[in-house]
Unconditional design. Structure first.
Length: 169
């Protein structure tokens, strides 16, 4: 296997990495960050370069996975539900304030209908702003279990809210 040089073999790939990241994220700044993160990760694996069949394929895979992860994370970001949101309303008319208050009550009702574990996780994360790690310790779960349950809880509340708001169900 030939000796791999970062400057000669990996740095020239940055344009390809950028195009891959840009195709996935549709955001130039995000794509640039992904390329930088990819190069850092590849550099940190420099002892293992000789084991890779193709350093280019490895770099492209890292960039692709980072871009997908960041896109999914960006898509999954939701507005946190806090008591301050109930008071701080952009509603100017009494009707808009009433609608906002009723929506908040509906969201609280939907949260109460969640299974106990999902409800606790959603409250700790979205109301009390606890980290995944703190929640995992408090509920004796893994961080992955916390993330999965939080995702499911949010999706369930969101879907039920959309059904009720859209169809009056």
């Amino acid at each position: 296997m030939q000796e791999i040089n970062f400057r000669n073999d990996i740095l020239p790939l940055k344009d390809k990495l950028f195009r891959v990241a840009l195709r996935i994220t549709f955001d130039r700044a995000e794509a640039e960050d992904i390329v930088q993160e990819t190069l850092i990760r590849v550099w940190n694996k420099r002892e293992e370069w000789t084991q890779f069949g193709s350093i280019e394929a490895y770099c492209l895979t890292v960039a692709k996975n980072l871009a997908i992860d960041r896109s999914e994370k960006k898509d999954a970001q939701t507005v946190e539900l806090t008591p301050a949101m109930e008071q701080a309303s952009d509603a100017s008319s009494p009707y808009e304030k009433l609608v906002t208050k009723e929506r908040m009550m509906l969201i609280h009702r939907l949260m109460k209908e969640l299974p106990e574990k999902q409800r606790q996780i959603m409250l700790l994360r979205d109301i009390e702003n606890k980290s995944y790690k703190e929640i995992a310790v408090a509920l004796n779960l893994t961080e992955e279990q916390v993330k999965v349950n939080l995702f499911r809880a949010r999706q369930k509340v969101k879907q039920q809210f959309i059904n009720i708001e859209g169809y009056g169900l």
